[in-house]
Design a protein. Structure first.
Length: 254
């Protein structure tokens, strides 16, 4: 049941309302056929409603790039799961390395976000990944295991199908050069085994997607790897032609 491929467009803190509106309309008119895929757009908070209105009735889905774990209250600047659902989100992203680094997001905060999101009916993508230094010092698997175990603490079996793990090696993000296929394969196999041992009775484990300088030229080799259930695309997802080509190629690979 892990076979449905998934593609996330993470626009990070880029574009404005006009740019987003043009991009979404271009994607909608370009992308005709992706019945066998989940394609998810993730604009900055202020444009969620705009994208939600534009994609209504299409097969595209909407994700936020963050969420807060409390339902309501005096949390200035934060946004709850219900608010996200109210504007049409089906997904939330959490634990992106840019948030871990710049916003000091911890595994414990991320865990609360996962629990709140899945409890309130949202799908969640949990991002994990090692730094260049950690890879150099053979700490990749220790780091990722820690992020998985602490991020997924207390997650119930029935929430697992609503969770996707995003593997993003930090130093290749935005570099134009993805990680080596051999390294992607090794880490995805590792994550798959970790999930298996954390949830031994599950027949519906989270899908695992790769992120980091994915484009339409390298997608075929990445998506053909075992245990790679999709991709998280940053820069290349803001170019309609390139992004639609990625979606087409992932669709052809299934
Ligand atoms: P790039 O595709 O620009 O490397 O970004 C990857 C990413 O961080 C997606 O979440």
């Amino acid at each position: 049941m892990k076979s449905r491929k998934i593609i996330f467009a993470n626009w990070k803190m880029n574009l404005d309302s006009r740019g987003i509106s043009n991009l979404v309309q271009d994607i909608l008119s370009e992308m005709k056929n992706f019945d066998n895929l989940d394609v998810i757009l993730s604009p900055p908070f202020p444009y969620l409603k705009l994208v939600s209105d534009l994609i209504r009735g299409s097969k595209l889905s909407l994700s936020s790039q963050n969420v807060f774990y409390e339902d309501v209250g005096s949390y200035t600047g934060e946004v709850s799961t219900n608010m996200l659902k109210d504007v049409g989100c089906d997904w939330v992203m959490m634990g992106h390395s840019e948030r871990r680094q710049h916003l000091l997001e911890t595994n414990e905060m991320i865990n609360k976000k996962i629990l709140a999101s899945t409890h309130n009916g949202l799908n969640a993508i949990l991002c994990v990944g090692e730094s260049f230094d950690e890879r150099r010092h053979n700490k990749t698997f220790v780091r990722i295991s820690d992020q998985l175990k602490r991020g997924l603490r207390d997650v119930k079996y029935d929430a697992l199908p609503c969770i996707v793990i995003g593997y993003e090696p930090i130093w290749v993000i935005g570099s134009g050069e993805p990680a080596r296929l051999k390294d992607i394969q090794e880490v995805h196999n590792f994550i798959s085994n970790e999930l298996d041992s954390m949830f031994p009775d599950s027949t519906n484990l989270p899908r695992i997607v790769y992120g980091g300088s994915v484009n339409n030229l390298n997608i075929n080799s990445i998506i053909s790897l075992k245990n790679v259930d999709g991709v998280l695309v940053g820069n290349a997802s803001m170019d309609c032609e390139v992004f639609c080509d990625i979606v087409l190629k992932v669709g052809d690979s299934t």
